[in-house]
Design a protein around this ligand. Structure first.
Ligand code: IMP
Ligand code: MG
Length: 180
């Protein structure tokens, strides 16, 4: 995996296909044990999580459902800042075992603002699976239940993650060069 240029920025290889695969298999096996007979409902957050969601879902041997949503954030009319809304969540979460699938948790802002809306629907349980987690960047308290990799606070690209729209197609995960 050589260095590559995306949108004029240089990225270097960080996680290989087999490293990613190994962690997703581990998470899948863990979820198979934890959710046997619970028929969990996975909620994958687009766009970034589509590859992770697909690979993780293929590892499941238990009954499970999945849906895909998009989070949109817009400025509220009051000074309280922006509001997060979800598009595509048609299923009722009441009494369901719900697992959020996220590509990467950075500051935790997105999920910490969105989770209360899900909790309002009174799911039986609510957990988070994130392929990547930047512990040093987390500013909004969030408990992550299934984590593929804890990574340094560097910009990552590939396997669904984009830089300005590009790079989602990469099979490996790359790290921005420089910016120490
Ligand atoms: P948070 O609200 O700060 O946790 O941001 C989470 C979202 O920001 C993720 O779902 C990604 O879409 C995006 N993001 C955060 N870090 C990166 C990165 O290193 N590369 C690409 N996207 C990122
Ligand atoms: Mg995302």
């Amino acid at each position: 995996m050589p260095e590559m240029l995306v949108n004029g920025r240089k990225f270097e290889p960080y996680l290989t296909v087999s490293q990613i695969d190994e962690q997703i298999k581990r998470l899948g096996a863990q979820i198979n044990m934890d959710y046997k007979d619970k028929r969990p409902l996975f909620i994958a957050i687009l766009n970034g999580s589509f590859m992770f969601a697909s690979d993780l879902f293929k590892e499941l041997t238990i009954d499970a459902e999945i849906c895909f949503i998009k989070l949109a954030s817009y400025k509220g009319t009051r000074s309280t800042g922006h509001v997060i809304t979800s598009i595509g969540l048609d299923e009722s979460l009441k009494d369901r075992h719900v697992i959020i699938i996220e590509d990467i948790v950075d500051t935790g802002k997105t999920l910490s603002e969105f989770l209360p809306q899900l909790k309002d629907q009174q799911p039986a349980s609510l957990k988070i699976a994130a392929l990547l987690h930047k512990p040093d960047a987390l500013v909004h308290p969030l408990k992550l239940d299934y984590i593929g990799f804890s990574v340094p606070n560097k910009f990552l690209l590939g396997f669904g993650l984009d830089y300005d729209g590009l790079g989602r197609n990469l099979k490996e995960i790359y790290k921005l060069v420089g910016e120490e």
